[in-house]
Design a protein around this ligand. Structure first.
Ligand SMILES: Nc1ncnc2c1ncn2[C@@H]1O[C@H](COP(=O)(O)OP(=O)(O)O)[C@@H](O)[C@H]1O
Ligand SMILES: [Mg+2]
Length: 360
């Protein structure tokens, strides 16, 4: 391997160089601390260095401290080779960032053995750095994939909602109107059939309402058009009417529009939380609040329910809550779920700074 020597005494320098070359290494020689420091800063510098302590221009300890302050995921392996052999010196050298410490005069076999340890260490660190790079690349890909998945789910929901609303709901409303007309026409002639038709008309009307609600649950047009505030306001209002649970909503007059993916994530967290309140909590009241603090949006949803399948630390195996965590994770947000004697609270925090995600 390529090894840098920093040694001002020419005899010792030649000796170290001979030993290393005999051990099959390539050697780069420097004669003072400043030269060594300049060489070690260069891109592609040797990844192992043997440094004397006392040298002109800059001592070995200073070189080590400077090298250790460089930001790198592949730090060089530094061996101090010095006649300063007292315990306090060894401690000082290691504290400054030396990986190893060898006293002068040195034994050739020991020096080569220690260089071998260094080579192994450098290789391991290199492999670790490669793995870390690969890991963060895969993490980035995973986040991108989650975001794409979330967007295509949104598009699919919109498509299904539009088809439910435009075809099925309209047809059912037309059937209901037709049946009601028929009922009037049969008022005197077929009283039995009239009763059946009245029931069918009511059934068609109920189905149209159910499908309309389903379409709005699948896709919220107010969210796309007006953003998070009108989206939540409209959903909460409809939710109250449907379930009888009183929902209060507190928010600033306006908030900045965010990337669509973030707005969808916030909306879905609110939707899942309210649906959970309806299905699991037994609550009579729920409150939603939105606030903006230090470039972050805080969404909080609380209920006054007594029942709960959530542990005190907010743990549950449910798909709905797991998906909430995933959605928040994909947009770099945080989710906190808590249960207390007063009910369940959900807090979602999302950054309002958009540049990490680019434009949607
Ligand atoms: N607001 C709430 N009040 C009481 N229990 C809740 C509440 N939200 C969630 N839970 C509990 O957490 C579980 C998991 O919820 P979730 O992941 O949304 O799945 P699901 O709603 O499909 O059961 C629920 O089954 C319920 O026991
Ligand atoms: Mg749920």
């Amino acid at each position: 391997m390529r090894i840098l020597i920093a040694e001002d005494d020419s005899t010792t320098r030649t000796l170290i160089s001979l030993v290393l070359k005999k051990g099959g290494h390539q050697v780069e020689k420097t004669t003072n601390g400043l030269e060594a420091w300049n060489a070690l800063q260069q891109p592609g510098a040797p990844t192992l260095a043997i440094l004397d302590w006392m040298m002109p221009e800059m001592d070995g300890l200073q070189v080590i401290r400077r090298v250790r302050s460089l930001p790198t995921d592949r730090p060089p392996y530094l061996i101090m080779l010095t006649s300063k052999t007292e315990k306090m010196h060894i401690i000082e050298g290691l504290k400054a960032g030396a990986n190893d410490y060898l006293p002068k005069p040195f034994d050739a076999g020991e020096l080569l053995a220690r260089v071998e340890v260094g080579r192994h260490n450098v290789e391991m660190r290199g492999a670790l750095a490669d793995m870390n790079k690969e890991l963060s690349r895969s993490k980035g890909e995973l986040v991108g994939l989650r975001l794409r998945l979330s967007m295509s789910e949104h598009d699919e929901r919109r498509r299904i909602a539009a088809s439910l609303h435009d075809c099925s709901v309209q047809d059912l409303v037309a059937i209901q109107l037709g049946l009601n007309q028929a009922v009037q026409m049969m008022e005197t002639t077929h009283p039995g059939a009239q009763k059946i038709l009245t029931e069918c008309a009511a059934l068609a009307g109920n189905n149209a309402n159910e499908l309309r609600s389903l379409a709005y649950d699948l896709h919220a047009p107010w969210l796309d058009h007006g953003g998070v505030l009108p989206g939540i306001n409209e959903f909460a209002h409809r939710f109250s009417e449907r379930t009888g649970i009183c929902v209060s909503f507190q928010a600033p007059h306006s908030i900045p529009r965010m990337l669509q993916i973030k707005e969808i994530a916030i909306y879905r967290v609110m939707q899942e939380s309210l649906m959970n309140i309806h299905r699991h909590s037994g609550a009579s009241q729920a409150s939603i609040s939105i606030s903006v603090l230090d470039q972050e949006l805080h969404l909080s949803i609380r209920d006054n329910g007594r029942k709960s399948g959530i542990s005190r630390k907010g743990k549950t195996d449910g798909m709905g809550i797991m998906t909430m965590y995933e959605r928040m994770g994909a947009i770099g947000g945080k989710l906190d779920l808590r249960r207390s004697s007063r009910g369940v609270s959900v807090l979602a925090i999302v950054s309002l700074v958009e540049e990490i995600y680019g434009k949607n």
